[in-house]
Design a protein around this ligand. Structure first.
Ligand code: TRP
Length: 446
């Protein structure tokens, strides 16, 4: 065992900022608005909220419990808690998922970074076709997106070099409030546009006839991704949380913050899209194609466009930090490599994978597997296979292997635990969450 004291988060606000920073990311600002747009608006939102409460919060709490109890990284945690046989190794899925997710996540974060500068350069009038064409030619370009992707990876690595408290915690404490301010400014602009009510109606007035079974599956999958679950990311962060923190209220607060920002981001985007007579069901191009169209027609569009892409980049960065930390902590604690060297190694490895992902949208697009290019494959394997498997195993581990006693003891640090709550929680992680995940997993594969 390491005799050196582990670096930890210092303040309660720091814990919240770091964990919310992990959760709030591209998933909230890029993906949530477009999947809501594609899957019928309000009805989808309500199902999503149900999953967050019923499955998201319990699994987040499970990850925090495993992390704080074990005081170890996503892989070492299970060993420390006395797992045997195959259980000892389930954390490896998380480390693998971290590499895969970061490789495409960094690419999209790079696009976001480039759109800040693009917004500044491009105040000229483009037709909608030209805007779409410019986005497509950018992402398929063999060098441009890579420059931005590598910049994001370097910034992420540079922050992690400073460690948990000086790097992750301090960065999150500064960036998260900035993010909140930006999103509120964008919301005010969006809802005061003429014709915005149609968008608000779409977002908050549910029409359940628009909801499909497929939409329900997407909602659960996204609840996982958005809350950063299933990878051991929050096991790793949990291991940096001091014993005087209340884990349950942290999990609840982080989930509320994550959901709030997803909704606020949708309010910033969807009413504005409706106000200019466009459709919110565009898919992944919603913020890179539809939204630039909106900004172009909007008064003060340049300013709001820059603000929007700063928001997106900040959100992506604090999430990328948390994904990279999973691998860094693993290299450092399990492979006994110095933390600095671990950061450099992980940054180099994920950057290389990211370059391949980026090229797979352009010059490598002929290399496919199951009809998917490498970018989509990384997304598919990690989000649809590794995360659900990881989430299911984490939940089963807490419910069946750790058990009520150990969970109770860990939760009692920093809070008092009600017995009805404990019983419900154990029931959810033993049965409800694993079964729900299994259903989504199997139908996702089909
Ligand atoms: N939750 C982040 C988002 O919404 C992405 C993310 C960070 C993530 N860490 C994770 C997803 C761990 C899954 C697992 O963009």
């Amino acid at each position: 065992m390491n005799t050196q004291k582990r670096d930890t988060f210092r303040s309660k606000f720091g814990v919240l900022a770091a964990a919310a920073g992990s959760a709030i990311g591209l998933g909230n600002i890029w993906k949530f608005p477009y999947i809501t747009g594609q899957n019928g608006g309000a009805a989808f939102l309500f199902v999503y909220l149900g999953f967050i409460v019923l499955i998201g919060v319990p699994i987040m709490l499970s990850e925090f419990i495993i992390g704080r109890k074990s005081q170890a990284n996503a892989y070492g945690a299970f060993k420390r808690l006395g797992a045997n046989g195959l259980w000892r190794h389930i954390g490896i899925l998380g480390v693998l998922a971290a590499f895969m997710i970061l490789s495409f996540y960094g690419v999209v974060a790079g696009w976001s970074l480039r759109y800040i500068t693009y917004a500044i350069q491009n105040s000229s009038n483009l037709t909608p076709e030209q805007i779409a064409e410019s986005f497509n030619s950018f992402i398929t370009n063999p060098t441009q997106p890579i420059i931005y992707q590598l910049s994001v990876m370097l910034i992420t690595g540079a922050i992690l070099i400073f460690g948990v408290q000086k790097g992750i915690e301090n960065t999150s404490k500064i960036l998260m409030p900035i993010m909140l301010i930006i999103v509120v400014i964008l919301d005010i602009k969006s809802i005061t546009l003429e014709g915005a009510t149609e968008g608000l109606d779409f977002l908050f007035n549910p029409d359940f006839s628009k909801l499909t079974f497929h939409g329900v599956l997407i909602a659960l999958g996204h609840a996982f991704f958005s809350l950063s679950l299933g990878m051991g990311c929050l096991i790793t962060y949990g291991s940096y949380i001091n014993r005087d923190n209340n884990l349950l209220s942290t999990a609840v607060n982080v989930s509320v913050a994550d959901t709030l920002i997803a909704i606020l981001a949708s309010i910033a985007i969807i009413p504005a899209v409706f106000a200019f007579g466009l459709e919110p069901s565009q898919g992944p191009g919603l913020i890179f194609i539809t939204l630039p169209n909106v900004f172009q027609q909007m008064q003060g569009g340049l300013f709001f466009s820059i603000l929007f892409f700063i928001l997106l980049t900040i959100a992506a960065l604090t999430s990328a930090i948390s994904i990279m930390e999973v691998s860094v902590a693993f290299f450092h604690e399990e492979l006994k490599i110095k933390r600095r060297i671990s950061v450099i190694l992980v940054t180099a490895l994920t950057s290389m994978l990211g370059v391949i992902c980026s090229l797979s949208l352009g010059i490598y697009s002929d290399y496919t597997c199951f009809g998917k290019n490498i970018f989509d494959l990384m997304d598919f394997i990690s989000s649809n296979i590794l995360l659900p498997c990881g989430g299911c195993l984490i939940s089963l581990f807490v419910g069946w292997k750790m058990g009520q006693k150990m969970v109770e003891k860990e939760l009692e640090h920093g809070s008092t635990v009600k017995i009805w709550f404990l019983k419900t929680f154990i029931f959810i992680v033993k049965f409800v969450a694993p079964i729900a995940i299994l259903i989504v997993f199997v139908s996702g594969l089909i």
